[in-house]
Structures are given as C-alpha cells and as structure tokens.
Design a binder for this molecule. Sequence first.
Ligand SMILES: [Zn+2]
Length: 434
Amino acid sequence: MMLLSGTVVADSSTVVTDGAVVTAGDEIVFVGDRTDALEHYPDHERRSFDVVAPGLVGAHVHSVQSLGRGLADDAPLLEWLFEHVLPMEAAMDRETMGVAAKLGYLECIESGTTTVVDHLSVRHADAAFEAAGDLGIRGVLGKVLMDRDAPDGLLEDAEAGLTESARLIREYHGAFDDRIRYAVTPRFAVSCSEACLRGVRDLADSHEGVRIHTHASETRDEVATVRERTGMGNIRWLDEVGLTGEDVLLAHCVWTDEREREILAETGTNVVHCPSSNMKLASGVAPIPDYLDRGITVALGNDGPPCNNTLDPFTEMRQGSLLAKVDSEDATALPAETVFEMATVDGARAAGFDRLGALREGWRADVIGLSTDAARSVPVHDPLSALVYATHGDDVVFTMVDGNVLQDDGEIRCCDADAVRERARELATQFAPE
Ligand SMILES: [Zn+2]
C-alpha cells in the first residue's frame, strides 16, 4: 500500500498538479488530489516525486540480444542480422541467455518500461522466462521459430519448434501472478515455411490469451524475397496464412502498399513502430500517421540493443515524434500526446493486458516516479512535453509493477544489479570483435 505524490500524468489528456496515486496490492485505488489522498490514506507508505506516470510499454524488444550492444553498428540489416546478431544468438548457452535477458529487463526497469513484448531466441527460452519472473517485470515473451534460411544452431524443424512453444505455453503463460504471458514468435516470413506460419496460428488459437508476435516488412529486400516466393506482398502473405488479427503484433511495417494497409485496419492487427531501429539500420520510415488515420493500433518498441543501442523508452517517444515530422515536413505530425499513447495505452492493448497503460482507479499498479531535477528538464511548462521531448530514462527513480517496488530512490530492488552487469561484461567478451 503506497501513496505516490507529485504531478500526476494519468494519461495523455489528464494531468493532476499536486496529485497522488494510491495503490493497494496490485491495483490502483485512488488517483486525484494529494490532500484528499493524505486524508483518506493517512497510514500508507509515502513517496514523493516531481512526476508520477504510468509505466511504459516496450511492445517490441529483444532482451536476449543485450550482449550484442555496440557489436554491429553502421551495418545494413541483412548483414547486421546474418553476420552478427544470429551467429551471436546461435552461440549463446543457457546462462548467457539468462544473463542477457536480465540485463535487458534491468535496463527496462531502470528507465521506466514496466511491460515488454519480447522476441527471445530459438533456444534456451526458459532462461528468459525465469529472468522476467525473478525480476518482476510484466511481459509477453516468446521463443523464436526459424525453420528455413537460418544459420546452424538456430535452424529448427517446424514441428519441433511448435511443440517446444506449446510446452513453454503450458509452463509460463499466465505464470508469476499472470505478469508473464506467451506470444508465438516466428522470426519473420523469410525464415519460416508456410507450414510453420500456419502452425503458429493454430497454436495461438488453441490457448486463450496467447498472442502472435513477428517482424514484418521491415526492409525492401525482405518484401522482395517474400514476393518472389509467394507472389504476394509480405502483409498479404501473413494474412493468407492467418497471421493478422487483434492478437497479432507486427514489428516495423515500414514497406506496405494500399491494400496491405487496408488489411491491417480491417483485421485489427497491431503495428509496433521502432523508429530508432528503422533509422539506425536505414530501413525506411514507417507511415505511422497514415496507420493512425486508418484506426490501426500502433505501439512503440526499442527493438534490440544491437540496433538502437539502448532500451530507453523516452528516447523512443522522442525519436518517433521527430521522425514523423521530418518525413511529413509537418511539425504537427505525431504530437507528444499521440506518442505517449503509443507508449502506454496502445502498447498495453497490443500486448493484450486490460486495465493497463494509464493511472486509473481499478487499473493495474504499474507506476513510475520521475525527477525533473536535470537542467535539461527545467522548467516544466507542460509535463507531457517534458516526458516526451526532454526526459531520459535515468530520470526515472521509482518503478512499480503489479504493486511491487522494483526500483526505489534510484536503486534497483529486484535483483543484484551490480552482479548482473558484472556477469554480463564477462560473458560478452566471447562476442567481442576480433
Ligand atoms: Zn526486432
């Protein structure tokens, strides 16, 4: 039971100056004026911040790629993927996978992301599920499926991959007080056979609440490869094999034609925008304002540490807004309110968690507290503007997920952060460039 006071940014259009959020167990029980909160909840443990906000949702991340941060900078996507990132994933053992995941979740918790939709790797997925459960982050995680065009160590028969996915669903979907859920996770259409992709839909349909998470139409080369094989555009192909719908998250969707955009809208498919990754890998500019005009839910993701290179959700909001403005030559494109919604309520909807992504009574107690002491944050004329355009992840000093305090007064409480960082440095040496 906690009383968290400060300027409360409850959602993109509701700010309570001198406000408070009160939590009891895993729920928010009060959002309003601080004086009212103190009167009604005098015995609650108290914390005071400059800003109180909902925890952010990173709807497309690769926690297990954390040890590849800075490994393959300034390289185009297919070279980046096949010469650097996939060989690293193929070489990772169970311990390395677990430490990499922990490092990724630690970075998220430190910088204000309380929910992740996480694209793991082909092997050792258990290590990441256990890391997420141990640290207390909320997440939708999935083991990766690759049954063609994959390097040794990652190539896996479709049936074996789907059988292992079904085992992981039984083991972890709804685990850790339902903080952890499952997404069936084909890497992308290029590395999955038709049988594999159709099997993904069948598996998701046979388990309530399981989602589907994949990459789609990130680069022109990827779209051309799928067209060569199937005679269809990538999104049309995914629709053909069942991988569109309200339970599907498609990361990127940079290169889509008119009919494909209609399909995304008609089927209620969720798009996850990863602006930093798209810029760094020179993949292109996703038509996000157009998707939003069509009513498509668009969430925000950092993608992986090797292509970003951080998991800071505030940087991602800023980049998303700025990229849309450059692309459209329209300074009103993707304003602060819109990218904040993408990083909160829309991300929660895409991830499939109800009562998440805003501070409301009866909603899940995923809350962050921030300092605006840094010179770059002074003054705060508009708290939402400050969060989107001036805040950095290290301004987050308090992180609560499901009512549990994971970071307090800038100190990580959910694990031995020094030990995680030290082991990560040691294990990363095996991937150092020659
Ligand atoms: Zn990705």
